[in-house]
Design a protein around this ligand. Structure first.
Ligand SMILES: [Zn+2]
Ligand SMILES: [Zn+2]
Length: 332
C-alpha cells in the first residue's frame, strides 16, 4: 500500500497538492492557491486564482486590493483536478477554514491555524475524521495552557475602573482586535471603545460581514480628557511609539498567547499581559488529535518536536513539516 499522504508534498513555500495542481497557503505567487485564512503569513497576494471563504477573500481584498477570488462556502465540496475539496470552520479568525482534501479514498485535513475556544467573531472549529491530520503547533509545548478568556477580560475590566487613566491594549489588527472588542461586549462593557487608525478598516469589514462590535471611535484626534477612563486598542507596534504619548497616563496591556511568557511582556513594557490566544494551547492540540484519531499527524507552524513526541508515545505516527515564512505570526 502506498504511504499515507503521498499525493501531497510539503515545500518551504507551502503544501503542494499534486493531483489538484494547487498550493495551500503558498508564500510565493502560484497559479492556484487554497487559502485557509487572512493572516499575512498564510494569505499573500499575487496568485492567479484563490480559493477561500467569502470572508477570507473580503479580508484579502481589503488588505491587498481585488483578488482573483473563487469564493467557497463552508461545507461545500468542489473538485480541482482529481481532488474533492471542502473548507470547514477552524475557529481561528473570521472566515478561517481547515481544508479537507479527498483523493482515491484517502482524506487529508490541513488545519491551518485553529483554536477550540468559543469566539464570538467566528464559526467554531469542526473536527473532521481523517487519515492524515496536518496540525499547527504555534503553542505546542506543555507550558502553554491558556487561561479562561473571561478571566482575562475581567482582569482588564477591573483595571478599567480608574477614571483618570486609560487602558491601552495592544491587539493584532486582524482577528484579535475584533475578538477582544466582542468579548468585552459579551461581559457587559458597552462604552465606546477607541481604536487606532490601523484597526479601522478591518473593524468596519467585520461589521459589514455581520459581526457587531458596538460603538467604536477613532482614538486619533480624541482629546486627553475624552480618553480618560476609556479602553483604547492599537496594534502592538504602536504600544511604545510616539502615538501612545497622546493618551492620558495609559496602563499598557497586550492580548496574545505569548503573554504567557514574561519576557515577551517585558520586551513591550506591558504592565497587564492578557493571555488571549487565537491558537489552540497544548491541551487543545492534544485533545484535538485524540478526538480526530488520524492515521498520521503532520505537525507544522511552531514547536513541532514536543507534539510529534507526544503523538508517537501514543502510537500515532507523526512527523514535523518544516515550512518557512511562518515566523512572522501576526495573530497569536
Ligand atoms: Zn493565523
Ligand atoms: Zn499562522
Amino acid at each position: 500500500m502506498a504511504r499515507l499522504g503521498s499525493w501531497i508534498a510539503p515545500f518551504s513555500e507551502g503544501i503542494y497538492v499534486k493531483p489538484a495542481d494547487a498550493w495551500i497557503d503558498p508564500s510565493r505567487p502560484k497559479p492556484r492557491a487554497l487559502v485557509t485564512h487572512g493572516h499575512g503569513d498564510h494569505a499573500r497576494s499575487g496568485h492567479e486564482a484563490v480559493w477561500a471563504t467569502r470572508e477570507t477573500l473580503a479580508i484579502m481584498d481589503c488588505r491587498y486590493g481585488p483578488q482573483p477570488g473563487k469564493p467557497v462556502d463552508y461545507g461545500e465540496t468542489f473538485r480541482l483536478g482529481e481532488v474533492d475539496i471542502r473548507f470547514v470552520p477552524a475557529g481561528h479568525v473570521l472566515g478561517s477554514a481547515q481544508i479537507v482534501l479527498e483523493h482515491k479514498g484517502e482524506r487529508i485535513v490541513v488545519s491551518g491555524d485553529y483554536k477550540r475556544r468559543p469566539d464570538p467573531t467566528c464559526a467554531p472549529f469542526e473536527p473532521v475524521p481523517c487519515d492524515v491530520f496536518i496540525t499547527e503547533a504555534t503553542f505546542g509545548l506543555p507550558v502553554f495552557r491558556h487561561p479562561a478568556t473571561v478571566e482575562e477580560i475581567d482582569r482588564l475590566l477591573r483595571l478599567h475602573d480608574n477614571p483618570d487613566r486609560c487602558i491601552l491594549v495592544g491587539a493584532y489588527a486582524l482577528g484579535k482586535a475584533q475578538r477582544l472588542i466582542a468579548e468585552l461586549r459579551c461581559r457587559g462593557h458597552h462604552d465606546p471603545i477607541y481604536i487606532h487608525g490601523a484597526l479601522e478598516r478591518l473593524c468596519d469589514l467585520y461589521e459589514e460581514l455581520g459581526v457587531p462590535l458596538g460603538e467604536l471611535r477613532p482614538a486619533t484626534g480624541a482629546s486627553k480628557d475624552e480618553l480618560k477612563g476609556r479602553i483604547v486598542l492599537a496594534p502592538p507596534s504602536a504600544l511604545n511609539d510616539l502615538w501612545s504619548r497622546r493618551l492620558p497616563d495609559p496602563i499598557t496591556a497586550m492580548a496574545s498567547g505569548w503573554m504567557r511568557v514574561r519576557q515577551r511582556a517585558k520586551q513591550r513594557n506591558v504592565e497587564l499581559p492578557l493571555v488571549i490566544s487565537d491558537h489552540a494551547d497544548w491541551d487543545e492540540l492534544t485533545a484535538t488529535i485524540e478526538e480526530i484519531a488520524p492515521g498520521e499527524v503532520w505537525v507544522t507552524h511552531g514547536r513541532e518536536e514536543a507534539l510529534v513526541h507526544w503523538a508517537e508515545t501514543r502510537g500515532i505516527k507523526a512527523r514535523a513539516l518544516q515550512l518557512t515564512g511562518r515566523e512572522e505570526e501576526e495573530g497569536e
